[in-house]
Design a protein. Sequence first.
Length: 94
Amino acid sequence: ETVDYVEYKFRNKNLLNQHFEKHGKDMGFADAKAYEKAASDVVNNKSALHKTEEEDGDDIYYVESTNEFVVVSTDGYLRTYFNPDRGLDYFNRQ
């Protein structure tokens, strides 16, 4: 059974650019569009760990092999995407 790829986006261009400046450049992405696409890929990755944050109900995704961490808002927008310093521990503490 194949699940269709769902494309996730930041809520607006300003937020996308802020997060790209803060995280994306250090992660090696050439531009904000590539950064946004990679975040969407994490959410669609079947091997990603997933849980719901207790405080606000956001969806949290983490790919251990690549140390990629993504948060998706309750209404389906990317909130952040970065490589956490403490990896799995960081995911577990959310």
